[in-house]
Design a binder for this molecule. Structure first.
Ligand SMILES: Cc1cc2nc3c(=O)[nH]c(=O)nc-3n(C[C@H](O)[C@H](O)[C@H](O)COP(=O)(O)OP(=O)(O)OC[C@H]3O[C@@H](n4cnc5c(N)ncnc54)[C@H](O)[C@@H]3O)c2cc1C
Ligand code: SF4
Length: 508
């Protein structure tokens, strides 16, 4: 009797109950397969990070005494997909039972159900023991009606007793300090660099290249920066809590040429691969507050991301897939401009955000939402193309979290399930929150004319063309009133400018 337990690249949870005892009748299997590297064009650092973290994880399991079979990307036995590899693994190791953890991606869950079923062996599927809410409960709660995030978040605070007074009311008398978290960053306090690692992954990169995997972006394999083990991830968390969390809330929505990472955590890769548990990340922030090291506003702003947004987004994904993955409420049809793959554009803010994404596989939330996402929304780019780009380019991109953030939050393709109005912004927003506009080819204050910032005319064009759908949205009343207050010739010139830009997006 030998049981094969499959562990996926985003299931690197050393504290999983599977691993509490060493059993001679269990074989742990991890596989690097082309079916996973090729379903979208990934960033080179994403492929490197997942494979390197998997290899380290397998090594740690073996050192702890577990039986482990690791299938490398260039392994001659590797048939490059889960089902085909299971065939020879079952035959080679005399496997009599199959077990796996629930996959977080709908695509992968469906694929693994089929792969396991066709083997005809007894099988079991267990929780990955990572999220605060189990999938069945989430589906149950989100299927009929998706709650508003704020309501869900308050329930989660109460359920997990986080930042509460003894009577169940929020500490400090408020649930939400968002209003205090919108400052522009003047350059002070200085933004501490992340505790980048310096792994030499050149040999692994060569294996990936030799296997023919196509990627985008810089591999940076000689001094690879992302945390690749639980030990490194916990160091990263501790560094965040001491050096960046105190200013996280205040500058959460800021963007700057002078710092790509500002006071953000950089923990999404470690969380999404399950090297860190959300509960320990929340606990670290709450302890820092309890010790008087960070303010309530900073702590709450951060807790909301993990306890609120992360679980909420997952609820939408699992309750609404697969239909959610093809929603296109705004009927957006344009391709993404070619410079999304090069960063070669005259829009300084997008050049910076795309350039850094290609360089490091990272952009922070506001860059993703209010720069690249906002541009694609205003320009009417097809959500399939937008999804593929986001799913590929970020090291933390796994579909369960990428898709509702992209298609829902940033593209409003779900018609208002994630957010009650589109996250659309003109240059005024970008100028207020960043220092990008100062050296830009375009002028942030102009709506039309040769150097007019494209965000301005596209912003108005977007609202005018979607007026039948959005015109009655109470949260957009002021926007539409402002448009109507503009002189008729100003409105005409603005729309003409937008048409001009839309006809030549690649040249912007
Ligand atoms: C268009 C778009 C695409 C996105 N794609 C992804 C993705 O593929 N993978 C991903 O993990 N996040 C995604 N996000 C959410 C968010 O931008 C990233 O989680 C965050 O930028 C990761 O960097 P950080 O760890 O420095 O985050 P911080 O800003 O420091 O936040 C801390 C943590 O909170 C969680 N978090 C914050 N916001 C969200 C959110 N909206 N949804 C889920 N978790 C959140 C993350 O785990 C993050 O690590 C996307 C957002 C947008 C607008
Ligand atoms: S002027 Fe417009 S394009 Fe240039 S940086 Fe500002 S918002 Fe971006």
């Amino acid at each position: 009797m030998t049981c094969l337990r499959l562990i996926l690249g985003d299931q690197l949870n050393v504290r999983h109950s599977w691993l509490r005892e060493v059993r001679g009748d269990v074989l742990y299997v991890l596989m690097e397969v082309r079916s996973e590297t090729d379903y979208v064009c990934h960033h080179a650092q994403k492929v490197l990070a997942v494979f390197a973290a998997m290899r380290g994880f397998a090594q740690a399991l073996a050192q702890a005494g577990h039986r482990v079979e690791y299938v490398r990307i260039g392994d001659a036995r590797n048939r490059q997909d889960f089902a085909a590899n299971l065939d020879w693994l079952i035959a080679t190791f005399g496997i009599t039972r199959l077990e796996r953890m629930q996959a977080d991606e709908w695509r992968l869950e469906r694929l693994l159900v089929a792969a396991f079923d066709r083997c005809g062996l007894p099988q079991a599927v267990v929780s990955a023991e990572h999220f605060l809410l189990e999938r069945a409960e989430l589906i149950n709660r989100f299927q009929k009606k998706v709650p508003r995030m704020e309501f869900f978040y308050r329930q989660m605070r109460r359920r997990y007793q986080i930042l509460l007074e003894p009577d169940g009311e929020p500490l400090g008398g408020r649930w939400n300090y968002d209003g205090e978290n919108r400052e522009k960053w003047p350059g002070d306090p200085p933004a501490p660099d992340w505790p980048w690692q310096k792994h030499d992954l050149r040999a692994l990169w060569q294996e990936i290249v030799d296997a023919g995997v196509q990627t985008m972006g810089e591999p940076a394999a000689a001094a690879f920066a992302w945390p690749l083990s639980r030990r490194e991830a916990t160091t990263w968390l501790a560094d965040f809590v001491v050096r960046r969390l105190p200013h996280f809330g205040r500058f959460q929505d800021a963007m700057s040429m002078r710092s790509q990472t500002l006071f953000h955590a950089g923990l999404s890769f470690a969380l999404n691969t399950k090297m860190l548990h959300p509960r320990e990340v929340i606990a670290a922030a709450v302890t820092a507050f309890a010790n008087g090291d960070v303010s309530l506003a900073a702590c709450e702003g951060f807790v909301r991301q993990i306890l609120g947004w992360r679980e909420f987004i997952r609820g939408i994904y699992w309750a609404r897939m697969p239909a959610y993955g093809s929603l296109n409420t705004l009927d957006a049809r344009r391709p993404l401009p070619a410079w999304f793959w090069t960063g070669d554009t005259k829009l300084a803010c997008l050049r910076a955000a795309i350039g850094q994404s290609l360089e490091s596989g990272y952009a922070h939330h506001i860059q993703r939402l209010m720069l690249t996402g906002n541009f694609a929304l205003l320009a009417g780019c097809h959500p399939d193309a937008v999804d593929r780009w986001y799913l590929g380019i970020y090291v933390d991109a796994f579909e369960w979290v990428q898709l509702p953030n992209t298609r829902g939050m940033s593209q409003f393709a779900d018609g208002g399930i994630v957010g009650s109005k589109p996250y659309a912004g003109s240059a005024a927003y970008i100028h207020r929150q960043s220092d990008y506009c100062n050296g830009c080819h375009y002028r942030h204050a102009l709506r039309h004319g040769e150097r007019a910032c494209p965000f301005n005319s596209l912003y108005w064009h977007f609202h005018v063309r979607h007026e039948p759908l959005l015109g009655r949205n109470p949260r957009l009343g002021m926007t539409y009133r402002s448009w109507l207050k503009m002189a008729a010739d100003e409105r005409a010139a603005t729309l003409a400018q937008a048409e001009h830009y839309l006809a030549q997006l690649d040249a912007l």
